[in-house]
Design a binder for this molecule. Structure first.
Ligand code: SAH
Length: 258
């Protein structure tokens, strides 16, 4: 689609706190120097994503690094050709095998929650675990905000699809794992952040065990009254502190590999 026209992205785009000096050769300087002109459908234009980012900011997303990451990652490269013209609308879209890519406002909201205090301090996150790679979009967003991203998918076909989507981006800090995310991914633990894109009835024990002290987990979870809610769990030296936030609508968390 736009592969040939895509500029050579650096393996990672370091985020600079607002007002920080940005030297030549940095991601921001490069993007500033060579804006991509609108072409074809216009979906490869940074302007389309900038409009999406404006809507997200108007909708309450305040974390600049999150807005910057969503303004960078080309969502249209993660959906099927027939859906590219909807890629920058605030809607979830099918990615095959009855799974969906979350809508941008939900990706932004969960990412902002995940970053929490680190974001306010202008720091990147350390190692992050994502449960449910899907098409790879959320992982690409996280790659701009965390040092390492471990992302687990249980469906082989989606795991492969995500690999295809991410390959041209050359994000050296994203690690794709085919496996049952209910078991977490012990090899990368402990994690500064754990984010789930699929909702279960309870929090898998492994996620709590693999969360670092000072780390945060963001996941959809059954509320017990038929609703699914966003759960934030902070691990402190005193133990786990849990907050229940707004209703959400994620695909079910399932066990095993298929
Ligand atoms: N973050 C994804 C959203 C994918 S939808 C994106 O940006 O596209 C949620 C995904 O979670 C689905 O692909 C589903 O297969 C996966 N999933 C559900 N249960 C899982 C489990 N136990 N381990 C790993 N992946 C799981």
């Amino acid at each position: 689609m736009t592969q040939q026209r895509r500029p050579g992205f650096p393996a990672r785009m370091d985020w600079h706190p607002p007002g920080a000096a940005v030297g030549p050769g940095t991601a921001r300087a490069q993007r500033g120097a060579a804006p991509t002109p609108p072409q074809g459908l216009g979906l490869d234009s940074a302007a389309v994503r900038a409009r999406m980012v404006q809507r997200l900011a108007a909708g309450g997303i305040a974390a600049q690094p999150v807005l910057q990451a969503l303004g960078t990652v080309e969502r249209h490269c993660f959906v099927d050709t027939a859906l590219v013209n909807q890629a920058y609308e605030d809607t979830s879209l099918p990615i095959g095998l009855a799974q969906t890519i979350s809508k941008p406002s939900v990706v932004a909201r969960m990412t902002e929650l995940l970053l929490g205090a680190e974001c306010a301090r202008g720091q990147a996150l350390g190692r992050v675990l994502e449960i449910g790679t899907g098409c790879g979009y959320q992982a690409a967003v996280l790659a701009h905000l965390a040092r390492e991203v471990y992302t687990v998918e249980r469906l082989r076909a989606l795991h492969e699809k995500a690999r295809e989507h991410l390959r041209p981006l050359r994000l050296a800090n994203v690690h794709l794992i085919l496996g049952d995310g209910m078991l977490g991914y012990p090899a990368g633990a402990p994690y500064a952040g754990i984010i789930a894109a699929a909702g279960g009835d309870s929090l898998p024990q492994a996620w709590c065990e693999q969360l670092a002290v000072g780390g945060r987990l963001v996941a959809p979870m059954a509320a017990g009254d038929g609703r699914q809610v966003l759960l934030v769990v902070d691990r402190t030296i005193q133990g786990f502190r849990q907050s229940v936030l707004e209703s959400v609508n994620f695909v079910p968390l399932k066990s095993g590999i298929a």
